[in-house]
Design a protein around this ligand. Structure first.
Ligand code: F6P
Length: 358
């Protein structure tokens, strides 16, 4: 019997997950491993073990597909992040059950594709004696331990496309269009998507904004003869004296959303201009991955198998200086990479007349 390697995708989905799975399967085949895919994130590890054998046939042609063919969840028995970064411990009996299932299936190592919360869980499994390799995934691109994650570029492309479309209608009607995009703690999607899509105002969590400054920027544009104004706001952005706009609480974590509508209302009140808002939401998480995400996902998947093959357990794949390397999972968790408010990207945006409402 061939040695077996397990793989699961955990947390919110994003374009590029299937490229990782395909990379894992093809590299594993080269090194003589059989790949067991666990369904719906860590949940697939629980008795009786919800799994499927992944091979070149079942992964053929999946690279162009969004989502993940083995499913995922950001809820369930293994969730180890609640609220603003507080950690919880995965119950010992849950970990023991997962370990038993892996032993029964003869799985020698487990590749965990997920974000910060999933890596926190991976660390606990590793400490319990399960050989884990992490592959970082977050659409928000906010993990300090890797310069980039797959999924981000596809999300930015969706924002850019949305802004291109909204630009024409904003101009025709001489309106302000407010576009709410993802980004809980970090404004990377708003910043990159906003610059690429020609936004005039970008509001991000790292730079609290002032409604009067936003209104002043719009009036200045009007006076200069601009017809419409595009405002991009990250879901986690907040005004200087306000709070993040939250929807509801699920499994200890707030769902954000609604700031776009609030911003649109305040702009209309202060400028008297017709203002509309639009939420891109999960459109940013769906659809085919971009070239960059397919390549990065493939490289991450292959690297994870190489690490398993070399016995580098407890490591997480990481993209640094154009190379795919690895770091200890223990050093990667709970370290967010935020947009530096005085960094080069923000300054570049300011120099092309983008206002941050500050
Ligand atoms: O963390 C990634 C993310 O896409 C956030 O930007 C967003 O707040 C959240 O996930 C949405 O999660 P859900 O899939 O539960 O709606």
């Amino acid at each position: 019997m061939k040695p077996r390697i397990g793989v699961l995708t955990s947390g919110g989905d994003c374009p590029g997950l299937n490229a990782v799975l395909r990379g894992v399967v093809l590299a594993a085949e080269k090194f003589g491993w059989e790949v067991v895919g666990f369904r719906d994130g860590f949940e697939g590890l629980l008795s009786p073990g919800d799994h499927v054998i992944l091979d070149r046939k079942s992964t053929d042609g999946i690279m162009a597909l969004g989502g993940t063919i083995i499913g995922t969840t950001n809820r369930g028995h293994f969730v180890s992040k609640v609220g603003g970064g507080d950690r919880t411990i995965v119950p010992a009996n849950v970990i023991a059950d997962a370990k038993k299932i892996l032993e029964e299936l003869h799985v020698k190592a487990l590749i965990i594709v997920g974000g910060d919360g999933s890596m926190t869980t991976a660390l606990q499994l590793q400490e319990a004696g399960i050989n884990c390799i992490g592959v970082p995934k977050t659409i928000d691109n906010d993990l300090e331990a890797t310069a980039m994650t797959f999924g981000f570029d596809s999300a930015v492309a969706t924002v850019m496309d949305g802004l291109d479309r909204l630009h024409t209608t904003a101009t025709s009607h001489k309106r302000v269009m407010v576009v709410e995009v993802m980004g809980r703690h970090a404004g990377w999607i708003a910043l990159h998507g906003g610059i690429a899509g020609g936004a005039d105002i970008i509001l991000i969590p790292e730079i609290p904004f002032d409604y009067d400054k936003i209104a002043a920027a719009i009036k200045t544009r009007d006076a200069a003869g601009n017809l419409g104004t595009l405002v991009v706001v990250a879901e986690g952005a907040k005004s200087k004296d306000g709070q993040q706009v939250k929807r509801d609480m699920q499994d200890g974590e707030f769902r954000l959303g609604g700031i776009g509508e609030v911003v649109a209302r305040e702009i209309a009140k202060r400028t008297g201009k017709e203002t509309r808002s639009c939420v891109l939401g999960h459109l940013q998480r769906g659809g085919a991955p971009t070239t960059l995400d397919r390549i990065l996902g493939t490289r991450f998947g292959v690297k994870a198998v190489q690490l398993a093959n070399e016995g580098h357990f407890g490591a997480m794949v990481s993209y640094q200086y154009y190379q795919v390397r690895h770091v200890p999972i223990a050093e990667a968790v709970n370290r967010l990479r935020l947009v530096p408010p005085n960094g080069e990207m923000v300054q570049t945006a300011r120099d092309v007349e983008i206002s941050f409402g500050d």
